[in-house]
Design a protein around this ligand. Structure first.
Ligand code: SF4
Length: 316
């Protein structure tokens, strides 16, 4: 690990300003992803701004009946919160499906959104990787790509966004709240938070340099039955090959987003109109532009089958 300096931030705007002013600086909170990346020298910040004292660890009711989740609320606390369990079950289930109990105790809401891909070549510093070193190439294209993306990928990168929580947030139409170095706040719809890779896979979100996530807002509850089905290679502590977050209403309409297949939680609102017709009709529209590799073509039928299982459970 490369040497670095460290400070504890005293306010969100001061933290944002500190990172904005220093190119090698990064925020740290739970550190469940960043520290691993630093040990491998995939991330090598020369200065860490610890935001854990910023009192962003509350879940509060909003005026319209929704919830505002502080950026530092732990994954464990959020998944167990009574309002989340009652009104946003898809979110609670998605969080519990991720990582391990120890990691969820330490991981934060903001950090979960910002976790980086688990493409094996991204972690192997002997391999070319446009995400780790822009312009160096992509070892996964033409390499082993079983876990990688089938849609929304590019000629520069075929990795996936690895998280579970954000897939549920996409179904719930959450909004990410931020503050920048000037103290200005903004709200970013979750649909616009993560980027497709294009030619710049090292830029993963639409956050500006130094912009700090302060919270996530959920709109008022939409009712319905909530599901998060995650298919993976072992029963726990594994990333999704395919995951389905869905809210299904009594008349068979609803919302669905897919994890494990794209650079961001994959939701196509126009496809949801086909939910009453069944999983094949939805999956055909959701995955119309898919470009799987030979190794990961199985994710196309797996998506349809996982969605079929959700819709059958909803019907039952
Ligand atoms: Fe790197 Fe993306 Fe290629 Fe993986 S798929 S090696 S993360 S550029």
């Amino acid at each position: 690990m490369k040497p670095f300096t460290y400070e504890r931030a005293t306010s969100p705007a001061a933290a944002a300003a500190a990172v904005a002013q220093r190119p090698g600086a990064k925020f740290i909170a739970g550190g469940t992803n960043l520290l691993d990346l630093m040990k491998l020298e995939i991330e090598a910040p020369d200065h860490l701004i610890d935001v854990q004292d910023l009192k962003l660890d509350q879940v509060e009711e909003t005026d319209d009946g929704g919830l505002r989740i502080g950026a530092l609320v732990s994954n464990t606390a959020l998944s167990a919160h009574p309002r989340v369990r009652r009104d946003y079950g898809v979110l609670s289930r998605a969080i519990v499906a991720g990582a391990s109990g120890q990691l969820r105790n330490k991981a934060t809401t903001a950090g979960n959104l910002l976790q980086r891909t688990r493409c094996p070549y991204f972690y192997d510093t002997n391999q070319p990787c446009n995400k780790r070193r822009p312009g160096s190439g992509c070892a996964a294209i033409g390499g082993y790509s079983r876990q990688l993306g089938v849609i929304g990928t590019s000629a520069s990168c075929i990795a996936t966004y690895p998280g579970d929580m954000a897939v549920a947030l996409r179904v719930l139409d959450a909004t990410v709240e931020t503050v920048d170095a000037a103290g200005l706040t903004r709200s970013i719809p979750i649909a616009e938070f993560h980027r497709l890779w294009g030619t710049t896979p090292h830029i993963e979100t639409n956050l500006a340099r130094g912009e700090l996530i302060t919270g996530v807002t959920l709109p008022k509850p939409i009712g319905g039955q909530h599901f998060y089905h995650k298919v993976r290679d072992r029963a726990s502590y594994a990333f999704a090959l395919v995951s389905v977050a869905a809210v299904v209403q009594p008349d068979g309409t609803g919302r669905v987003a897919i994890g494990g297949i794209a650079p961001k939680p994959w939701r196509v609102e126009a496809a949801e109109a086909a939910m009453p017709q069944g999983a094949r009709a939805v999956a055909t529209r959701l995955l119309a532009d898919a470009k799987p590799t030979q190794d990961n073509a199985f994710k196309i039928p797996l998506t349809e089958r996982t969605l079929a299982s959700v819709l059958a459970q909803a019907k039952a």
